[in-house]
Design a protein around this ligand. Sequence first.
Ligand code: DOR
Length: 458
Amino acid sequence: MQPSPGGSLTFREATLVPPGGAPPYIGDLAIEGGRIVAVGVVERPVGEVIDARGHVLLPGVIDPQVHFREPGPTHKEDLETGSRAAAVGGVTAFLEMPNTAPPTTDRATLLDKHARAAGRCRAHWGFFLGATPDNQDTLAREDLTALVCGLKIFMGSSTGTLLVDDPAALEAHFAVPDAEARRVPIAVHAEDEARLVANKARYAAEGRVATVSDHPKLRDAEAALLATRRAVALAEKYRRRLHILHLSTADEAAFLAGRPRDGLVTSETLPQYLWLDARDYERLGTRAQMNPPVREAQHGEALWAALHAGVIDCLATDHAPHTLEEKARPYGQAPSGMPGVETLLPLMLHAVALGKCTLSQLATWLCEAPARCYGLRDKGRLAVGADGDVVLVDPGLRRTLRDADVVSRCGWTPFAGWTLTGAPVMTVLRGRPVYRGGQFLDGVYGDSLVFDRGAPAL
Ligand code: DOR
């Protein structure tokens, strides 16, 4: 697939956030033909010249875990509405999960998603292939490696039908012999299904009626740790690149801190785990219900610390839209998941305003690290030669989040009523503004992402 033609733009006197954790500085940046051609000093401006004084220029945010529901339950979201929500939130690239209906488990369903995305998505896209108990040879046999960002394995059941809980079937996914397929990262939803089932059975045997506050007990920290340990052991045994999705416990963070940071295993956590905790079930009810669950505050604190220590590599949203009607069902019938793609950057800018992290860390966790984890060579950095995907931010803009302003089709946010400092004001795809001043620009769409997987075995 050919990328769409890039545009040209020059930003003057922005606060630039450079790669590698280097401190921000005031400078210019030029994008020509979709690529960054100058950073710091721009002697020959190209395209429209934007006075960016008082604003921060960041690489476009990469959200490496979203659920955009298409094909299937598009009453919650579709690729168009989900990607619009992304663009509003300063997200220029997303990696989308396979638990759609039908699930994305073969060439036909993958090609269908790519065809649906082209000319409709307001951000660049990548799609995961979903693992099933018996599709281990699909990546190689159907020649899918360039069409996928990764292989997603649900080790514990969640929304949708995908599940690989049989240990032999799981191991067979890590053990595939094909050299190209082996370069595709495996991303795991790490919750141990047997433990989830046993916890539920224990509640039933004791005659206990679970409420939403029991969600982190039914899907407990031990279930997450067991699965993460198993996945890491398999990655080490077969030398397969592994990414742990939505890390939610202090226990997993401590476990990962104890192994070498060799690039074989990477991980992400979510704003939900950093900003909410188990006390929020009372306030939010099943709106706060997701898998893995929001847990006691000590877990959130450990996840912040693990991000700062570089044990957790990046942030994602697990944007999982469900309608308010669906979420209003009683616990046990309400679906799990919260939207988040449009609040990721605002929440983290707010963290910067509160002194919880720096702008450089934000750029590492939201831009550079997800690009590194998935081999997006030309993304996630303000550097000459990189793609001109950028987001201009007003760091002092204070906004109170409201359900009515949510762009995602689901129409709500767990952060309604929160007043945040810092907001994106312009989102740019390869040198062309896609969202600016509250408007979408005509004819600007994302491209299929390209994955550079480097040398074969790690
Ligand atoms: O809470 C969740 N919702 N966790 C998942 O793993 C899936 C997601 C969804 O698709 O709704």
